[in-house]
Design a protein around this ligand. Structure first.
Ligand SMILES: [Mg+2]
Length: 129
C-alpha cells in the first residue's frame, strides 16, 4: 500500500523541497505529481488517482483556498485528504482552512511534522522501524 501525492506550489524549489522531505519520512510513496497553481492541481486530480494533496496558499491563477473549495464541492474529490503548507500566519485564515477539512503546517517544516501529519490524515503507517 502506497500513497500517491500531488504537490501544488507556485515555487518549483518549494515543490522539490517538499518532495525531498516526503522521501525522507519513510512514508510509502507511490506516484508523485506536481502542479504550479490550484487550477493545474484540479486538472491533475481529474487525471490521476491521488491519495493526498499538499497545497500552498498563495499562488497565481487559483490560490490554495479556492482549490480546496472546488475539491470539497466535487462529489468525486470531496473527501480527499488535504495538507496546506504555507508561510501564512493569519489565524483567521488557518481556522477557515481547518473548517474546510485541511490540515495546516507552517513553513519552515521538519520531516517529523510532515510524517506525523500525513500519517494522521491518510491513516497510513510509516515503513521505518
Ligand atoms: Mg506560493
Amino acid at each position: 500500500m502506497s500513497i500517491n501525492v500531488l504537490i501544488v506550489d507556485d515555487s518549483s524549489v518549494m515543490r522539490a523541497m517538499i518532495l525531498k522531505t516526503l522521501r525522507m519520512t519513510g512514508l510509502p510513496l507511490g506516484e508523485t505529481y506536481q502542479a504550479a497553481n490550484g487550477q493545474e492541481g484540479l486538472d491533475a486530480l481529474e487525471q490521476h488517482w491521488i491519495d493526498l494533496a499538499i497545497v500552498d496558499i498563495n499562488m497565481p491563477v487559483m490560490n490554495g483556498e479556492e482549490m480546496i473549495d472546488h475539491i470539497r464541492e466535487n462529489l468525486e474529490m470531496k473527501d480527499l485528504p488535504v495538507l496546506v503548507i504555507s508561510t501564512e500566519g493569519s489565524k483567521t485564515r488557518i481556522e477557515r482552512l481547518q473548517h474546510k477539512g485541511a490540515k495546516f503546517i507552517q513553513k519552515p517544516f521538519s520531516p517529523e511534522i510532515i510524517r506525523d501529519t500525513v500519517k494522521g490524515i491518510t491513516g497510513i503507517g510509516a515503513n521505518d522501524e
